[in-house]
Ligand binder design. Structure first.
Ligand SMILES: [Zn+2]
Length: 451
C-alpha cells in the first residue's frame, strides 16, 4: 500500500495560543516536543498554520459573539465574569487577546482543511484543534471556538459529504448541534453518558432533526469503558455508517480524555484502543483530518497523539521516552504506554449489542439524498423560525443573499491569498523539508464546487 501523504499543522503562535487555554495550560508544547523528540517530523510535511479570517469564523459563529471577543484584549488573571459576559458560562473564563487566540486556533484546523482541498495531504493533523463543545453564540465546555465546524465548512467546498467521528469521552455536542438539520455532515460520537456527566446530551435517541434526521449517531457508554468495548462498538458501527453515507472526507476528533487516569474522564482506554479505531478509518483511504480535543492529563495526551501520528506515518516508536526538557514529567516509568485502570468496564455485551441493533435500524430509515446548502444559510433559516414579525423575516432573507454573495467573494480572495501566504511562509519556516508553493491555478478545481 502506498504511504500516506501526511501534513502536520504547526506554527509558533498556534502552539503558544493553545498553551494559554485555561483548561490545558502548557499542553500543546508538551505534545509538540514529544513528537519532535521522537523524530516524527522527518516523515511528515510540516505546514505552517495561518490565522482564520473574520469571514472564516462567521461561517459558523455569530458576529455578536465574535465582536464581543474582540473587546477582550487585556484581561486580569483573576477576572470574574459578570452579566455582560454571559457567553462565558462556568468553565470558559475570558483570557487576554481572546480574538487572536480564537483566530489562531481556528486557523490551525482550517489550514488542515486547505491541505486536503489542495491535495497536499491524505491526512492532515492539528493536535491544537478539536474544540467540539463551542456553540455558535458562545464558548462552552473549555471551548472558545468550534474549529471543527469551521474546518468542515471549508472541506465542503470540495467534499460534499463529510463524516465526523468523535472519540472524546464527552459528547461532541457543538458539532452535532451545528449539523443537526444536515444531511451532508454525518456526526458519530462515542462517549460516556451517565447522569451528571458533561454535557448530558448524546443519547441513543439523539439522531438529528427534521431534514437531518438519522444523520447523527451517538453511542452512549457507561463508566470505565475499555479498549475492548470501544473497539467492539466501533467495528460494528463505523462500517455500517461508512457504507450507508459514503463520505467524501472524514474528520476525527481524537480527544485524549477517554484514556485511563484522565481527571475529567472516567473511561479506561489506552492508546491501543484509539489506534485500532483510527486504523479502520485510515484503511478507507479517504481524505482525513485528525484533531485533538480534551485530554487533561497532559503527559497522556502527548503519549496518545504521538502514538497516533506514528500510526499514520508508519513509524515504530521506542516505548522508552527519549530524554528531553520535559522528560521528568513522564516519570516514574518514562514509558509511552498508558496502562488501563483497575476499574470494572460496566458495559455488558448485551447492552452494547442492543444499542448496535438500534443504530442499524436507524440507519435503515435514511434515504439517499443529502442537503448541500452552506451552513450559514441553514442556520439563518433556522433562526428565521424564532423571529416573530414578518419584517424581521424579510430582513433576514435580504441579508442572507447579500451576505452569501459577500462571503463567496471574500472566501475566494481570502483563500487564494492565504494559500499563497501559506506557501511563502513555509519556505521561511524552521523545517527544511517544505512543500512547493501551491499554484493559484491549482485552486480552480476547488472552486468549481463552490459555484
Ligand atoms: Zn472531553
Amino acid at each position: 500500500m502506498n504511504k500516506l501523504k501526511v501534513c502536520y499543522i504547526w506554527d509558533e503562535n498556534l502552539i503558544q495560543h493553545c498553551d494559554r487555554l485555561p483548561a490545558v495550560v502548557g499542553r500543546a508544547s508538551m505534545v509538540h516536543n514529544l513528537i519532535t523528540v521522537y523524530g516524527l517530523l522527518k516523515n511528515v510535511q510540516v505546514v505552517r498554520s495561518s490565522p482564520a479570517t473574520y469571514n472564516d469564523l462567521k461561517s459558523f459563529h455569530s458576529e455578536l459573539y465574535l465582536d464581543h471577543l474582540k473587546k477582550l484584549t487585556d484581561v486580569d488573571d483573576d477576572y470574574i465574569p459578570d452579566s455582560q459576559d454571559e457567553e462565558y458560562v462556568y468553565d470558559c473564563p475570558p483570557v487576554s487577546d481572546m480574538y487572536q487566540l480564537v483566530t489562531t486556533i481556528a486557523g490551525g484546523s482550517i489550514t488542515a482543511a486547505k491541505c486536503l482541498l489542495l491535495g497536499i495531504a491524505d491526512v492532515a493533523i492539528n493536535w491544537c484543534g478539536g474544540w467540539h463543545h463551542a456553540q455558535r453564540f458562545g464558548a462552552e465546555g473549555f471551548c472558545y471556538v468550534n474549529d471543527i465546524v469551521l474546518a468542515i465548512e471549508k472541506l465542503r467546498q470540495k467534499f460534499p459529504k463529510v463524516l465526523y467521528i468523535d472519540l472524546d469521552v464527552h459528547h461532541g455536542n457543538g458539532v452535532q448541534d451545528a449539523y443537526n438539520l444536515s444531511k451532508s455532515v454525518f456526526t458519530l460520537s462515542f462517549h460516556k453518558h451517565e447522569p451528571g456527566f458533561y454535557p448530558g446530551t448524546g443519547s441513543i435517541e439523539d439522531t438529528g432533526s427534521l431534514s437531518g434526521k438519522g444523520y447523527s449517531c451517538n453511542f452512549p457508554l457507561k463508566s470505565g469503558y475499555s479498549d475492548t468495548t470501544l473497539q467492539y462498538v466501533f467495528e460494528k458501527t463505523f462500517p455500517m455508517i461508512y457504507s450507508k453515507f459514503l463520505p467524501d472526507a472524514i474528520v476525527v476528533q481524537c480527544g485524549a480524555d477517554a484514556l485511563a487516569h484522565d481527571p475529567h474522564g472516567g473511561a479506561s482506554m489506552t492508546t491501543d484502543g484509539y489506534c485500532k479505531c483510527l486504523k479502520h478509518v485510515l484503511d478507507k483511504r479517504k481524505p482525513t483530518i485528525l484533531l485533538g480535543g480534551g485530554g487533561y492529563k497532559h503527559t497522556n495526551a502527548a503519549r496518545l497523539w504521538t502514538t497516533l501520528l506514528a500510526l499514520v506515518t508508519g513509524d515504530e516508536l521506542d516505548e522508552n521516552i527519549p530524554e528531553h526538557d520535559q522528560w521528568p514529567s513522564y516519570g516514574p516509568d518514562y514509558s509511552l504506554v498508558v496502562e488501563p485502570t483497575l476499574a470494572k468496564d460496566t458495559n455488558s455485551k448485551e447492552y452494547l449489542d442492543k444499542y448496535i441493533a438500534i443504530i442499524e435500524s436507524n440507519l435503515n430509515c435514511i434515504k439517499g439524498e443529502f442537503n448541500n446548502e452552506p451552513l450559514i444559510k441553514r442556520q439563518k433559516m433556522e433562526d428565521k423560525k424564532y423571529f416573530s414579525s414578518e419584517s424581521d423575516t424579510t430582513k433576514v432573507n435580504t441579508n442572507d443573499t447579500k451576505h452569501n454573495e459577500e462571503m463567496k467573494r471574500s472566501e475566494k480572495d481570502g483563500f487564494a491569498e492565504n494559500c499563497s501566504l501559506l506557501g511563502q511562509r513555509m519556505f521561511r519556516g524552521s523545517y527544511s523539508k517544505c512543500i512547493e508553493t501551491p499554484q493559484l491555478e491549482d485552486l480552480k478545481d476547488v472552486y468549481e464546487f463552490v459555484d
